[in-house]
Ligand binder design. Structure first.
Ligand SMILES: Nc1ncnc2c1ncn2[C@@H]1O[C@H](COP(=O)(O)OP(=O)(O)OP(=O)(O)O)[C@@H](O)[C@H]1O
Length: 279
């Protein structure tokens, strides 16, 4: 970690010339191998930023470099080979009639040979634990399984970076944890740099680093512990603090001597047990 794989310098982007910018003078970097969460209220510019990083939009001004390639009209397709995206709605992402066809589609697009395609379908579906569903029709799968197939389709192309744009927000808690676990394993194996766009601060608290967006600008950036020190400032810009964090504060207000504002349920439960054993 430590070496930037994405560098964004002072980018500004307008959807319409006369409108207020969707992104205003935003600079950031993403380190190779890290898990970066980008959080923010609706309309804060997260999706616009994700689409620029994937070459779907070109900024009006400023520079973007992805895997050493500078983003321009000429490099869009090159950049897309390095950045895969998984979107919010699992039902809108399927092009194949079976899981196998669906994963094959992205590989056909980049002209992979038949033998290599078979190998990559096998590898990518095993990585997301969907290799026993190759002949299944995607619309019969659960939401979490569909998103795992979408991830298989992305990693089969072997990008350096995956962007999850609210990819878990339509899933139930089981589907959500399946998807996060799958991505975590790929990230831990060093296979992927992960950018997770989310309004869920609990999910973001598990990232290596968080960038908070507000009104098209970067509001804050840091490790989760530092970001959560902002506390009420996050609430003021429309974000919900994680439930264990809110509960820690309420318990302290009610006279329970909790020392930390916990980001995880496990941390809070452990401190409560320690207090109880001392009582
Ligand atoms: N296709 C579009 N045309 C015009 N304006 C747009 C378009 N998409 C987004 N915007 C505007 O750009 C700004 C940033 O929106 P963006 O979708 O990037 O925010 P976001 O943080 O991803 O929000 P959400 O969580 O609702 O998706 C908002 O003011 C939004 O209204």
């Amino acid at each position: 970690m430590g070496q930037p794989i994405i560098e964004v310098e002072n980018i500004t982007f307008h959807y319409h010339q006369e409108s207020t910018p969707a992104l205003n003078d935003v600079s950031l970097h993403v380190n190779k191998g890290e898990w970066l969460a980008i959080v923010g209220h609706n309309g804060s510019g997260k999706s616009t930023l994700a689409r620029i990083l994937n070459g779907l939009f070109i900024p009006d001004s400023g520079k973007v470099r992805v895997s050493g390639i500078e983003l321009s009209e000429k490099t869009i397709w090159e950049i897309r080979k390095h950045v895969g995206m998984v979107f919010q709605n699992p039902d809108n992402q399927f092009v194949g009639t079976t899981v196998k066809d669906d994963v094959a589609f992205g590989l056909e697009n980049i002209g992979i040979s038949r033998d290599e395609m078979v190998r990559r379908i096998d590898w990518s579906t095993k990585q997301v634990k969907m290799d026993s569903f190759l002949d299944h029709e995607p619309h019969h799968l659960s939401g979490g399984q569909k998103q795992r197939v979408a991830i298989a389709g992305v990693i089969a192309v072997q990008p350096d970076i995956i962007i999850l744009d609210e990819a878990t927000s339509m899933l139930d808690p089981i589907g959500r944890s399946e998807v996060i676990h799958t991505i975590r394993e790929l990230n831990n194996q060093g296979l992927l740099t992960v950018i997770s766009i989310t309004h869920d601060l609990e999910e973001a608290s598990k990232a290596d680093r968080i960038i908070v967006m507000n009104g098209g600008e970067k509001f804050a950036e840091g490790i989760p512990e530092d970001i959560f020190m902002l506390d009420e400032k996050l609430v003021e810009i429309g974000l919900d603090l994680p439930f264990p964090f809110q509960l820690s504060k309420k318990l302290r207000e009610a006279g329970v001597p909790i020392r930390h504002n916990h980001l995880t349920e496990e941390g809070l439960v452990n401190e409560l047990w320690t207090l109880k054993s001392k009582a």
